[in-house]
Design a protein around this ligand. Sequence first.
Ligand code: GLU
Length: 492
Amino acid sequence: METNNHKKVVTRFAPSPTGFVHVGGIRTALFAWLWARKYNGTFILRIEDTDKEREVEGSIEHIIESLKWLGLDWDEGPDIGGKHAPYIQSQRLDSYKKYAQTLIDKNLAYADPYTEKEIEEFRAKADLEKRPFLYREHRPENPPVWDGSMPLRLKIQEVKTSEWNDLVRGKLTAGPEALDDFILIKSDGYPTYNFAHIIDDLEMGVTHIMRADEFISSTPKFLALYEALGVERPEMATLPPIMAPGGKKKLGKRDGAKDVLDYRNEGILPEAMINFLALLGWNPGDDREVMTESQLLEAFDVTKIQHSGAQFNEEKLAWINGEYIKKMSYEDQEAYLLKFIPNDIKSLPHFTNDMLHKITPVIIERISSGLDIEMMAVNGDLDYYFKYPKLSKDILKKEQKDNITTNENIKIVIENLSKITVDNWTKEKIKEALWEYATSVGRGSVLWPMRYALSGCQKSPDPFILAELFGKEGTILRLNSALEILEDKNNE
Ligand code: GLU
């Protein structure tokens, strides 16, 4: 798509420091970032902290850490400055005052003289008459001089139907009731979001705004303000909501929208997260699902963003993550594993670098995140690599057939395996040495006790993989321990 009249693209992410950023917020940041990077534009980080009551300490640092983790870099922002500094709204109060004064001078803004009680009365009267409460119907004839102690309101010039184009949704309209004299500056001296973001976008030269659909209902007010200021407005792209699993409700903090940094702790890779988020409400127009950053940049198109809600699906995130883990180098996979293997497993007797090295591909094959590794540890699916398992005679004999005992089968397994040289000790050769015999007497009766003898677990990788991992000596040792248990009269 052609961009806005060949103007340099400037986008921004403008979070409020009200706690952690969840996936929805980050998806907004990602789309704005993709848009700027695709067109060699500028991406700005701006902190919208005008609602002091909702502010949560430490949020700004947390937001910055989240964006950095994902590699969403900005060209101007609170930590690095830039030609439009400062990038924190509470430090830009003079700028809002300046524009407020311009509007007052043009008779387009006025001080609101009413007390809260008076406004309540207006509202109650409108309710009684079953009409919407509109402040503009109570506009004071001779408003006081604005001294900062009263709210400042925009005087809506023309009460009309608003019409505008949204890059995602096309033509949008709203009736005159959407327009009312709204507050520009509150009595605490801070601007409202409605006012501050428009001034900042203007001063910072923002050309494209990407934001959530909750802002559509306020857009007529924004348009009235652009008009009052006599400025061209940026293009607007409204992103589809992200729906909680199940599809009916928007994903909110209460419906499982987690802090993105929680995903980092669970071993989600930043590139997998980016890939996943990019596909929340957009797709490349073909069936690609695993896409690198450069493929995303190449294919991304704001006009192809969908209107309807995007389904949030953690299983898909895990699947994408698994794909990225499989693509990592062997060293990185090993380091990844090491990071998530709990300490009690690391202190087991046979926990060696050599063993870790050997099991890496086996484990990587079976997981899609660090959580899965932790889960394997909890379920006892990791420790048998690093210690001899505790066996139960009954379980060993679980698949025993009438024609031959488990003891005899294990003895034959040991015998056949002993013939393989150490150099030839591979899962293929191990399988070759046992397959024919196992098939002749019933595979379960041979391979089950062998696998269980090696792992001590009812579920594990197949016995040939395990035998290769434990080496010839380790394998035969474990099989002999199983024999001892089977022959132990005390263990009936
Ligand atoms: N500060 C707003 C928020 O956090 C940003 C909205 C916008 O991007 O204009 O929701």
